[in-house]
Write a protein that binds this ligand. Structure first.
Ligand code: 5RP
Length: 232
C-alpha cells in the first residue's frame, strides 16, 4: 500500500500507467481491451490516437468496455473474425512479484481471462496500491453458475476462505456479462496461487476465477510521477 497517496494522485498514476502502455501499440494491431477504471483511461487515450489516425481493432473484455470503446470511436471486432490478438492491455486488483494477479473486481474476469489467453502479449496497467507481497488481501472473485451457487460456495469455503455472494446496492445478486454469479472469497493470504488456481479450475460449476497465474507478460505500475516496468 502506498500511504499518503490521495485519490487525485491515484488517478494520475492510473493515467500515467495507461498512457505508457500505449507506447506498445502499433498500426494494424488487434488489441484486447481491458475493463475497470485504469483500462477506461487507456480506452480514452486510445480513442484519441484512433482519431489522430491510428488503425487498430479491439476486442472488449466486457459490455462496459464495449460501450466505452464505441463512445470513443475505437473500431471493434470479435472472435467470429479473429482467433489471436497482438496485445491486451488490462488492469488488476493485486499484482505480486511474479506478476501473478487477482482480477475481477469489476466482474469481467471470465472474458478478461479468455482475451488474455489468446493474446501474444498481456500488459497490466496499475497504480501503486496494487503491488503486494502476497496475493489475497483483495477478495478473490470466483465466477460460478447460478444453478448451484450455494453448494459451490460450500466447496470453495473448504479452501479456507470466507465466501460472500456479490450483490448490487439493491440487494440483488450481481450478474456477470455471461449471466453468472460471483463469489468474493476472502483468503487474507493465498500462499500458493498456482495450487489454489488448480483446485478452482477443477471444481464443477466454477466458470472462472480471478487468479491469473503466468498470464501477464508485462506490468506497468505507476508510483508517483514514475512508471515502473516489469517483465516476466
Ligand atoms: C475488472 C478487473 C479490473 O481490471 C480490476 O478490477 C482493476 O480495476 P481498476 O483499474 O478499476 O482498479 O479485473 O474485472
Amino acid at each position: 500500500m502506498h500511504f499518503g497517496s490521495g485519490m487525485a494522485d491515484i488517478e494520475q498514476e492510473k493515467r500515467r500507467a495507461a498512457a505508457r502502455s500505449l507506447d506498445l501499440v502499433r498500426d494494424g494491431m488487434c488489441l484486447g481491451l481491458g475493463s475497470g477504471s485504469t483500462a477506461t483511461i487507456m480506452l480514452e487515450l486510445l480513442g484519441e490516437r484512433v482519431r489522430a489516425g491510428l488503425r487498430i481493432r479491439g476486442v472488449p473484455t466486457s459490455e462496459a468496455s464495449r460501450c466505452l470503446a464505441e463512445q470513443w470511436g475505437i473500431p471493434l471486432t470479435d472472435f467470429d473474425h479473429v482467433n489471436r490478438l497482438d496485445l491486451t492491455i488490462d488492469g488488476a486488483d493485486e499484482v505480486d512479484h511474479d506478476l501473478n494477479l487477482i482480477k475481477g473486481g469489476g466482474g469481467a474476469l471470465l472474458r478478461e481471462k479468455i482475451v488474455a489467453s489468446v493474446s501474444d502479449q498481456v500488459v497490466i496497467v496499475a497504480d501503486s496500491r496494487k503491488r503486494v507481497q502476497q496475493l489475497g488481501h483483495f477478495a478473490l472473485p470466483v465466477e460460478v453458475v447460478r444453478f448451484a451457487w450455494k453448494p459451490i460456495a460450500v466447496r470453495v469455503r473448504q479452501l479456507g476462505c470466507t465466501v460472500q455472494l456479490r450483490c448490487q446496492p439493491d440487494g440483488q445478486p450481481f450478474e456477470t456479462d455471461e449471466g453468472n454469479f460471483i463469489l468474493d472469497c476472502n483468503f487474507d493470504r493465498i500462499r500458493d496461487p498456482r495450487q489454489t488456481a488448480r483446485v478452482l479450475d477443477a471444481m464443477p460449476g466454477v466458470m472462472e476465477h480471478g487468479l491469473f497465474v503466468d498470464v501477464a507478460h508485462v506490468l506497468m505500475i505507476a508510483r508517483g510521477s514514475q512508471v515502473e516496468v516489469y517483465e516476466r
